[in-house]
Design a protein around this ligand. Structure first.
Ligand SMILES: Cc1ncc(COP(=O)(O)O)c(C=O)c1O
Length: 341
C-alpha cells in the first residue's frame, strides 16, 4: 500500500486482471467456463446492492431467505430499489427449512431469484447453501449468495454448488483491507441483464463491460486496497489455500469455544450450526456483568470483540477470522479470565 499506482497504468491494469482471475480460481471456476469476477468499489453492501439492482429485471421477483440482520438488509435493498421482494423468515438461531422454500417456490411462480446469506454474521450460523441451491436450480430460479463473511475461509465451489451469483468483499476471510467488494457470476447472466440497473455507479453490467473492454474500472478504483489485496491473495496461497485457512479458522474457533466454556461463557448456537467465522456468546446470567466494561478491558489489551446483534438475548460476538492463530485466542482467554476473576 506504500506504492502509488495510477489507476490507468498498465501495471495496475495487470493487478486487476490477476485479481479477477484468482477470485474465479478460488471459487473453482474460470472465465473459459463462462464465469466472471466483477470487482465493485465500496464495502460489501455496495456489492450486494449492485448485484440485486443490476441482475433482477423490472418484472423479476426476489425471495430472500432470512435468519438474521444481513438477510433483512437484502430485503431492504430490494424494497428501496422498488424490486418486488418477499422474505421467508426463520428464527436467528435456526437453519432455514428447505421444505418451506420449496413449497413457496411451488406456490408463487412469479419468483425469479432467491437470495440467501451463507454465514449469517448476526449469530455466526452457517446456512445450508447446498440444499437451497439444489432446489432453487430444480425450480430454475437464479440463486444469489451473500458469502461476505465466508468466501476465502470456507471452501465454496460456485459451479458445483449451483450458485449463480456470489457476493463477497476484500476484507473478511480473504484478509485484505476494506475498499471493494466483488461479484462472481455466470457471464450469460450479465449479458442478459443489460439495462436493468437502477443506479449508474452500481451498474454491475457496465462495470464488467468496462473491465472487459480495457481492463479498467469505470470510475476511480481503490488502488491501494487492490494492491493490498494482491498481497493478501499471495499470503492465502502461501498458507496453503482456502482449505488450510479453513482449518486455521476452525482451530481458532474450537480453542475459543472450549476456553470460553471453561470460563462460564456458553455459545448461543448448538455446535452443528456454528461457523468457524464468528461466535455468539450469551451474556452470563450475572447482574454484575457489564459488557461495556468487558469490552474496554479487552480493548485496552488490543483485543477487539463485537457487541451482540440479536434482537433478543443479551450477547456478544467474537470473530476468529483474520491474521490470528491459537496463540492470539489463548491471549484473549487469559484476558477474559482476568476480567472474570
Ligand atoms: C454476511 C454479511 N453480509 C453483508 C455484510 C455487509 O458488509 P459491509 O459492512 O462491508 O458493507 C456483512 C458485514 O459484516 C456480512 O457479514
Amino acid at each position: 500500500m506504500l506504492v502509488d499506482c495510477g489507476s490507468r497504468e498498465p501495471r495496475f491494469i495487470e493487478v486487476v486482471r490477476e485479481i479477477r482471475n484468482e477470485l474465479l480460481e478460488l471459487a473453482g471456476v474460470r472465465q473459459s467456463d463462462g464465469y466472471e469476477a466483477v470487482p465493485m468499489q465500496g464495502s460489501g453492501t455496495f456489492g450486494i446492492e449492485s448485484a440485486i439492482g443490476s441482475l433482477i429485471p423490472d418484472e423479476g421477483k426476489l425471495l430472500v431467505v432470512v435468519n438474521g440482520a444481513y438477510g433483512r438488509r437484502i430485503v431492504q435493498i430490494a424494497e428501496r430499489l422498488r424490486i418486488a421482494a418477499i422474505s421467508l423468515e426463520f428464527e436467528e438461531t435456526e437453519l432455514p427449512d428447505p421444505g418451506a422454500i420449496d413449497t413457496l417456490l411451488r406456490d408463487d411462480r412469479s419468483i425469479t431469484h432467491v437470495a440467501l446469506v451463507h454465514c449469517e454474521t448476526t449469530t455466526g450460523i452457517l446456512n445450508p447453501i447446498d440444499a437451497v441451491a439444489d432446489l432453487v436450480s430444480r425450480h430454475r430460479k437464479v440463486f444469489l449468495v451473500d458469502a461476505m463473511s465466508s468466501f476465502g475461509g470456507i471452501p465454496i465451489n460456485v459451479a458445483e454448488k449451483k450458485i449463480d451469483v456470489l457476493i463477497s468483499s476484500a476484507n473478511k476471510c480473504l484478509e485484505g483491507v476494506p475498499g471493494f467488494s466483488f461479484v462472481l457470476t455466470r457471464r450469460e447472466l450479465l449479458e442478459n441483464s443489460r439495462g436493468n440497473a437502477r443506479s449508474v455507479s452500481l451498474d454491475l453490467v457496465e462495470q464488467w463491460e468496462a473491465l472487459e473492454k480495457n481492463g479498467q474500472f469505470r470510475f476511480t478504483p481503490p488502488t491501494h486496497a487492490l494492491l493490498a489485496f494482491r498481497e493478501a491473495l499471495r499470503e492465502l496461497r502461501e498458507e496453503g489455500g482456502v482449505t488450510a485457512r479453513y482449518q486455521r479458522y476452525r482451530n481458532n474457533h474450537t480453542t475459543l469455544v472450549e476456553g470460553m466454556s471453561g470460563l462460564g461463557f456458553e455459545s448461543l448456537l448448538s455446535p452443528e450450526l456454528r461457523s468457524p467465522v464468528i461466535t455468539t456468546f450469551v451474556e452470563p446470567d450475572d447482574s454484575e456483568f457489564d459488557f461495556t466494561k468487558f469490552y474496554e478491558h479487552l480493548a485496552a489489551r488490543n483485543l477487539i470483540i463485537y457487541p451482540g446483534k440479536l434482537s433478543r438475548a443479551p450477547s456478544f460476538r467474537i470473530g476468529t477470522i483474520g491474521k490470528i492463530n491459537s496463540d492470539d485466542i489463548h491471549r484473549l482467554l487469559t484476558a477474559v479470565r482476568e476480567f472474570s476473576s
